[in-house]
Design a protein around this ligand. Structure first.
Ligand SMILES: Nc1ncnc2c1ncn2[C@@H]1O[C@H](COP(=O)(O)OP(=O)(O)O)[C@@H](O)[C@H]1O
Ligand SMILES: [Mg+2]
Length: 229
């Protein structure tokens, strides 16, 4: 049965997909059997009449356990809006058990199941449940990607608190440098290091793509920590 890791983040657009892609590629090149999920996606285009989301397709491309798109991404909505609103407009209620069933199917065939979340931990999925409840239901360990920019210390600490309060096993946080010109970058990272209540897994540099040498080099110690955990 696969080890399940859920990748969440401080926000949308902060590097969850890049990190997930790099993690999957590293595990695959280490000879592991890796399946992926993007359980809920809003923002999709139609290909042959079927809705397809870029993150889910990217992860499907790098994984080496093949699966039907619908198992990887059971909930896919066209507009790039809050997922519970996209679901409501589509007349759908996101059911955590449906996602858990797909996760079970994928976990049976793989050694690792890497799951990219949507938005951050307190994003609503339906009338009553948020991403944090999905993580608990899937029985995943979590990595929190912190998009390092102004405001991230607050977002990172609140996200970690929500995960810890929900009793979720946190492998740790990653600092992802998305802002080249950020003043006091080092000092912000030091503050995060001092104040975060979950382990630090590493810092990823500003890069042109997640498969550039410097990004991959920064991933190496992170992967070692994940393998040890
Ligand atoms: N380390 C990085 N260096 C430079 N740009 C980055 C980095 N990580 C992410 N980005 C930028 O942020 C965008 C959003 O990243 P992505 O992984 O898709 O975020 P998320 O999955 O959290 O929405 C990327 O398309 C890229 O332009
Ligand atoms: Mg993404």
């Amino acid at each position: 049965m696969a080890k399940r890791i859920f990748i969440t983040g401080t926000d949308t657009g902060i590097g969850k997909t890049w990190f997930s892609q790099a993690l999957v590629q590293a595990l695959v090149s280490g000879g592991q059997r890796v399946a992926v999920m993007k359980p809920v996606a809003s923002g999709a285009t139609k290909a042959n009449g079927m809705l397809r989301n870029e993150d889910a397709l990217m992860l499907q491309r790098v994984a080496n356990v093949e699966a039907p798109y619908e198992q990887i991404n059971p909930y896919c909505f066209e507009p790039a809006i809050a997922p519970h609103l996209a679901a409501r407009d589509a007349g759908v209620s996101i059911n955590l058990q449906t996602i858990a069933d797909s996760a079970e199917y994928l976990a049976k065939q793989s050694e690792w199941l890497i799951i990219e979340g949507v938005g951050g931990v307190m994003v609503p999925l339906n009338e009553t449940q948020d991403v944090v409840e999905l993580i608990a239901r899937l029985d995943c360990s979590v990595i929190l990607v912190v998009g390092v920019r102004l405001g991230c210390i607050n977002h990172a600490r609140l996200s970690a608190k929500a995960l810890v309060d929900a009793g979720i096993n946190c492998l740790g946080w990653i600092g992802n440098c998305i802002d080249t010109g950020m003043p006091k970058l080092r000092e912000n990272l030091d503050t995060l290091q001092g104040r975060m209540t979950i382990p630090a897994l590493g810092v990823l540099p500003y890069a042109s793509a997640p498969d550039t040498d410097k990004y991959v080099a920064a991933m190496t110690p992170v992967i070692d920590k994940i393998l040890e955990s």
